[in-house]
Write a new protein. Structure first.
Lengths: 378, 327
C-alpha cells in the first residue's frame, strides 16, 4: 500500500475497524429495509439480543470462545506467512482428542486430571492434523491453502466414519457418542456464580473461555516476546532474509502450523466438554472459517482477535435473536450481515483508509511507521 | 410456500404482542440444519404447519437452527414465551429435547425421527424400511437388467435404513438382483449436492443399473435428472416426487412427516395429546409408495398386485422387514 495511507496506530487499530463495521451495518440496514423491517428495530434487537441480557452475554461469549481459539490458530500461521484454511478440520479432530479423553476419564478421574489431559489431547490431535499439510508445504511446496482445505474434508469423512460406526451410542439414530462422565464437564459460568451466591442466567458460557484468554496471552508472549516468535515473524515476512539470518523457513512453517492446529484443536473444550457433553457430528459448525475473518479483522494480534471474536459471537447470538423475533429475517439474512462485516473489515479494508488518511489533520506531521501487522505479505 | 410466510410476517407482531396471555395456543416448530425449504424432510414438516394454520388460523412459531447450541436455546425460549407444544424436526435434536423437556415438564414436546423417554415427549418414528422394501420390490420388478442403484445423502444410520430396506425388497423379488450403493458425502453438504448426485447416478447407470432410488434430500434432484436423461427410472423420497419427471419416476417412498406434525399440534390443541413413542409404518399410512397419474403407466397391474400383497403381508406381520440397527 502507498505511504500516503499511513494513520496513527490508534486510528489504524480502533477508528478504521469501527468505520468499516459501521459501513457494514448501514448496508445491512438497507437490506433489512428492503425486506420490510425497520433497520433501527433490527439493530436494537441485534444488540440487545447479544449484550442486553445475561443469557445473551453468556451465549455471545460462548460463541466468542470458539472464535478465539480458531482466530488465534489462523493468526499464528499468518505470522509465518501461511494461510491456514484448515482450522475447521483441525478443530474437528482436536475435539475428537478431547472428547476421547472425556469419554475415557470422565467417570474415572476428577476434573483437575481430566482437563489438562483433555487440553493436551485436543492440542495434540489438532496439531497432528496440521502436520501433514505443513510438511507438504515445507518440504514439497504443496500450497497450504489447498492441502488444508482438503484436510477439512478428510477430517469430516473420518469423523463421520467414527461417529457412525465406532463411537455411536448403540440403539439411536443420531451419530453421537454416549454422554461424557460428570467429571468431564467444564463448569458453566452460571454454575460457578451460583456457588458464590450470584444469580446469572443459564447459558453454555463456561470455563473454556478462561482457557481461551490464557491461550491468547500465551500467543502474545510467544510471538512478540520470544526468539522463536521473532524467527516466526521474520520467516513470515521475508524468507530470504530469514535464511540469511540463519533461520530455517521450513522448520518455522512446520512449527507454526503445529501451534496453529493445536490452538484450533482446543475448540472441543468449549463445544464438547463445556456445552454438549458428547462428541457429535459437525460440532465446529463453521467456527474454523469464522476464525479466518476474526484473525483478519483483529489484525492477527491477540487483543484484536479477542475483540473481533466477541463481535462475531455477538453477531451469532444477536442474529439468532433477530431470526427468532422477526420472522422476515431468517438465518440466511444473518449470514448476509456477517458476510458484509467480513467484506468491509477484511476485503475492503483499504476503501476507507486512503480517504481517512487524506483528511487526517495530523498528516503533515506523519513519520514513517515501523512495519505493523498490516504489512504481512499476502 | 411464499404466501403463508408473507402472511406470517403480517400477523407476527400481533402474535408476539399477545403472547403474554398464556391462554393463547402458540405451537412452535424447530427445523434442523437442513432448513425449512429443503424440498424434502423439513419442508414436509413445514407443510404440516401450513395445513394446521389454514384450518385453524393459528400461527405456528418457527426457528431454523444453524448450530448445535441453538437447539436447546430455541426450545427454552419458545417454552418461556408460552408455547404449549414444541415440535423438533430431526434426530439431531434428541439430546436438546431431553434437556428442555426436563426443564419444562408442563410443556409438550414432540420429536420426529428420534426417541426421548420422558412423559412430556412424543417420540415419532417411521418404519422407513417398509416403504423402502416396497420400492425395492417395485424397482426389481421394473428392472430389465436386474441391476439397481441407491444414492444416499449423508452416510448416517437413518439412510442405511433406507438402503437396507430397498436391497432386501429387491432381493425378495429377484434373489439375483444386484444393488449398487453410493453415499453422496460425509458432511451436511451431502443433502444439497445435486451435481454429485447426478454423477453417482450416471456411474451406476454406466454399470448397468436401470432403476435408481435416492434418499438424499435436495441431492436427489440430480439423481432423478440423470436417470431421466439416460432414459432410466428413478425413485423419489420423503415427499411424493413423481411429478418432477412424469414417466421417469417409477414411484416415491413417501414419509408423511407433514401428517405427523399436523397431528401432534392438532392433538395438543384439542387436549388429546399423549406423550410416549409413536411408530408410523405402512399400517398407519405413515409411510408408503406413491401412485398417481404421473407414474400410472409405469406401475403395471401385475406389479401393483404384487406390491399390494406384500404390503398386506407386512401389515399382518406375515412378511418381516428387517430394520437396520447399529451394532
Amino acid at each position: 500500500m502507498s505511504a500516503s495511507a499511513k494513520l496513527p496506530r490508534w486510528a489504524e487499530l480502533g477508528l478504521l475497524p469501527l468505520i468499516n463495521l459501521a459501513a457494514a451495518l448501514i448496508l445491512s440496514g438497507v437490506v433489512v429495509k428492503i425486506l420490510g423491517e425497520s433497520p433501527w428495530a433490527a439493530l436494537k434487537l441485534l444488540v440487545s439480543g447479544a449484550l442486553g441480557t445475561q443469557e445473551g452475554i453468556g451465549y455471545t461469549l460462548y460463541y466468542a470462545t470458539n472464535f478465539i481459539f480458531t482466530g488465534l490458530g489462523v493468526a499464528v500461521a499468518y505470522h509465518a506467512g501461511l494461510f491456514n484454511i484448515g482450522c475447521e478440520g483441525q478443530a474437528y479432530i482436536g475435539g475428537l482428542g478431547s472428547g476421547l479423553v472425556a469419554l475415557w476419564l470422565g467417570d474415572r478421574a476428577p476434573l483437575l486430571v481430566v482437563l489438562p489431559v483433555a487440553i493436551m489431547a485436543g492440542a495434540a490431535f489438532g496439531a497432528a492434523w496440521a502436520l501433514i499439510p505443513a510438511w507438504l508445504q515445507a518440504r514439497r511446496g504443496s500450497h497450504i491453502v489447498i492441502t488444508t482445505i482438503m484436510f477439512n474434508f478428510i477430517a469430516a469423512s473420518l469423523m463421520t466414519y467414527l461417529l457412525v460406526n465406532v463411537l455411536i451410542k448403540p440403539g439411536q439414530q443420531s451419530p453421537e457418542s454416549r454422554e461424557f462422565g460428570a467429571n468431564a464437564a467444564l463448569p458453566a459460568v452460571h454454575e460457578v456464580c451460583a456457588q458464590v451466591g450470584i444469580t446469572f442466567s443459564p447459558s453454555p458460557w463456561n470455563l473454556a473461555f478462561a482457557i481461551a484468554l490464557l491461550a491468547a496471552a500465551l500467543v502474545w508472549v510467544l510471538v512478540w516476546r520470544t526468539r522463536w516468535g521473532y524467527a516466526l515473524r521474520v520467516a513470515g515476512q521475508n524468507q530470504s532474509a530469514a535464511v540469511y539470518a540463519g533461520i530455517s523457513p521450513s522448520r518455522i512453517i512446520i512449527q507454526a502450523m503445529l501451534l496453529s492446529g493445536a490452538l484450533a484443536g482446543c475448540l472441543g473444550l468449549n463445544e464438547l466438554l463445556g456445552s454438549q457433553h458428547r462428541i457429535l457430528i459437525d460440532f465446529p459448525s463453521g467456527a474454523g472459517f469464522v476464525g479466518i475473518a476474526v484473525a483478519l479483522m483483529g489484525r492477527n494480534h491477540p487483543v484484536g482477535i479477542l475483540v473481533a471474536a466477541v463481535l462475531f459471537g455477538a453477531l451469532a447470538q444477536g442474529g439468532s435473536q433477530l431470526a427468532f423475533d422477526l420472522p422476515k429475517i431468517n438465518r440466511d439474512m444473518v449470514v448476509v450481515i456477517q458476510g458484509l462485516v467480513i467484506l468491509f473489515c477484511g476485503a475492503l479494508d483499504n476503501v476507507f483508509r486512503a480517504p481517512l488518511a487524506k483528511v487526517w489533520p495530523g498528516r503533515l506531521a506523519r513519520s514513517p511507521q515501523p512495519s505493523g501487522g498490516t504489512s504481512v505479505p499476502r | 410456500m411464499k404466501l403463508p410466510r408473507f402472511v406470517s410476517i403480517l400477523v407476527a407482531p400481533v402474535v408476539f404482542s399477545t403472547a403474554v396471555f398464556a391462554a393463547d395456543f402458540a405451537p412452535a416448530i424447530i427445523y434442523d440444519m437442513g432448513g425449512k425449504f429443503d424440498k424434502s424432510f423439513n419442508q414436509s414438516a413445514s407443510d404440516g404447519t401450513v395445513r394446521f394454520k389454514k384450518e385453524t388460523g393459528i400461527e405456528v412459531r418457527e426457528f431454523e437452527v444453524t448450530n448445535a447450541a441453538q437447539r436447546e436455546q430455541a426450545m427454552t425460549r419458545f417454552a418461556q414465551r408460552g408455547s404449549q407444544v414444541i415440535v423438533a424436526i430431526g434426530f439431531s435434536q434428541a439430546s436438546a429435547v431431553e434437556a428442555a423437556a426436563k426443564k419444562f415438564p408442563n410443556v409438550k414436546f414432540a420429536i420426529i425421527d428420534g426417541t426421548v423417554n420422558l412423559p412430556n415427549v412424543q417420540s415419532i418414528n417411521f418404519r422407513e424400511q417398509e416403504s423402502s422394501f416396497l420400492c425395492g420390490m417395485a424397482a426389481a420388478l421394473a428392472s430389465k437388467t436386474g441391476k439397481l442403484g441407491f444414492v444416499g445423502g449423508m452416510d448416517i444410520p437413518l439412510i442405511r435404513k433406507f438402503a437396507q430396506g430397498y436391497t432386501d425388497g429387491a432381493k425378495f423379488v429377484n434373489p439375483q438382483a444386484e444393488v449398487f450403493q453410493n453415499m453422496t458425502g460425509t458432511t451436511a453438504a451431502a443433502w444439497n449436492d445435486p451435481t454429485k448426485g447426478g454423477e453417482l447416478a450416471k456411474s451406476q447407470i454406466g454399470r448397468g443399473a436401470d432403476v435408481i432410488f435416492h434418499a438424499s434430500g435436495n441431492t436427489g434432484g440430480g439423481v432423478m435428472q440423470a436417470a431421466k436423461d439416460a432414459g432410466k427410472l428413478s425413485i423419489g423420497c420423503d415427499a411424493n416426487q413423481n411429478y418432477l419427471h412424469p414417466g421417469s419416476v417409477l414411484t416415491s417412498a413417501v414419509k408423511r412427516v407433514d401428517v405427523a406434525v399436523y397431528q401432534t399440534i392438532m392433538d395438543a390443541k384439542n387436549g388429546t395429546w399423549k406423550g410416549g413413542p409413536i411408530v408410523l409404518g405402512l399400517a398407519e399410512d405413515g409411510v408408503g409408495y406413491s401412485l398417481d397419474e404421473h407414474n400410472r403407466t409405469l406401475i403395471t397391474p401385475a406389479m401393483e398386485a404384487t406390491l399390494a400383497t406384500a404390503k398386506a403381508d407386512i401389515i399382518s406381520g406375515k412378511l418381516k422387514v428387517a430394520e437396520y440397527k447399529v451394532q
